[in-house]
Design a protein around this ligand. Structure first.
Ligand code: SF4
Length: 121
């Protein structure tokens, strides 16, 4: 049986409000998409939703208590808390450079967790 869902595409500032009709793993129709990327986004969001994790981890440093980190690409939304649990285990010590890999290939999802700030000391 076909189902309907409204999805806001966030791939560009237009933020199109997509009206999507789908059945199983197939999109039957899509409306209000101003470009073909809307279909791609709706398909990912419906059938394989993923998110980039952005958080902070503790760091031993003279001036900072935490350093910001993120995944280098989205990880499955259904497993985001498992990724977060892995990140929570990390304790860093300065110096850390922006882009340093904190966890490589976290939980085998093909995404690294990297520092997004430099903390020199
Ligand atoms: S459907 Fe296209 S135009 Fe609309 S928000 Fe997505 S990327 Fe932008």
């Amino acid at each position: 049986m076909a189902q309907e869902r409204k999805i806001i595409c966030i791939l560009c500032p237009n933020c199109c409000e997509l009206d999507v009709s789908y059945e199983g793993k197939e999109i039957l129709s899509i409306e209000n998409d101003r470009c073909p990327r809307g279909l791609e986004y709706a398909s990912e969001e419906l059938f394989n939703p993923a998110r980039t994790l952005i958080t902070t981890v503790p760091i031993k440093s003279r001036n900072w208590k935490t350093v910001s980190v993120r995944t280098t690409k989205p990880v499955p939304k259904s497993r985001i808390f498992d990724v977060y649990d892995e990140v929570k285990k990390i304790r860093l010590r300065a110096p850390i450079n922006r882009g340093d890999i904190i966890i490589e290939n976290v939980l085998g999802f093909g995404a690294d967790v990297i520092a997004t700030r430099t903390v020199k000391e």
